[in-house]
Ligand binder design. Structure first.
Ligand code: ZN
Length: 235
């Protein structure tokens, strides 16, 4: 007997085939307890990536509870890429991947992972990076949900200004002296303010530098000298 989840898989597979050779992305939403596949737009400009359109996510959330994030692997098996593994862990949601290879569809399901610890994370750009840590700190410690932004690796050298451009949108205002939970923005190895850290009592930063593990360390002179903004969340 086929179940409603089988129907979701069939709908997701049909969507994946219609988007081929691009990656398709969609959501499984429980609408009054019944799972339904909702096709979404993939905003990614890179061929082997997906970025779920935030409007589609918001619309799906209005329909019901999001059960799973689904994406396709054209001409590949359903095994998660390294980026998939990191994004899956950071999303704390169930993922389904459908591989389309030689005309056949194969599935892999990844159960929702628990919270990532704030310290000791491995850096994966765009999935587990300095802004992921900022978002997770705000959600876990302060109950504040900051929006996510798609970011290409090396955006700070390519004309993007993720932190500065999004301050107003995310409800941050500049201040002179940091307090617990303020966002310290720094230009490290680039003229663009590209690195965000959380300031904690005792003059300590909680942050995640490129290529390092996330950690707490003293907000020393080197970090002060490259600080461009101290920002406080006002909502
Ligand atoms: Zn993938």
């Amino acid at each position: 007997m086929s179940t409603l989840l089988d129907k979701c898989r069939a709908d997701a597979e049909a969507h994946a085939r219609s988007e081929y050779p691009r990656e398709a992305v969609g959501l499984v939403v429980a609408v009054r307890g019944k799972p339904r596949y909702i096709p979404c737009r993939n905003q990614s400009e890179e061929p082997d990536h997906f970025v779920l359109h935030p409007e589609d996510y918001a619309a799906a959330e209005d329909l019901g509870d999001i059960v799973a994030i689904v994406h396709s692997h054209p001409d590949c098996g359903p095994e998660p890429s390294l980026h998939d593994l990191a994004s899956h862990a950071a999303s704390r949601m169930t993922w389904w991947i459908v591989g389309l290879k030689d005309g056949a569809a194969t599935w892999q399901e990844m159960q929702a992972a628990g919270e990532l610890p704030l310290e000791g994370r491995v850096f994966v750009h765009g999935a587990i990076d300095c802004y992921t840590l900022v978002r997770d700190y705000y959600r876990q410690e302060l109950g504040i949900i900051l929006p996510d932004f798609h970011r290409k690796d090396d955006w700070w050298h390519n004309g993007d200004n993720l932190y500065v451009d999004n301050f107003a949108k995310t409800g941050f205002v500049p201040v002179d002296t940091p307090e617990q939970g303020d966002l310290i923005v720094m230009a490290i190895g680039s003229p663009t303010p590209c690195h965000g850290a959380i300031w904690l009592e005792g003059d300590v930063l909680l942050h995640h530098l490129y290529g390092r593990l996330s950690c707490k360390e003293v907000y020393g002179r080197a970090y002060r000298e490259c600080t461009t903004h101290i920002m406080r969340y006002r909502g």
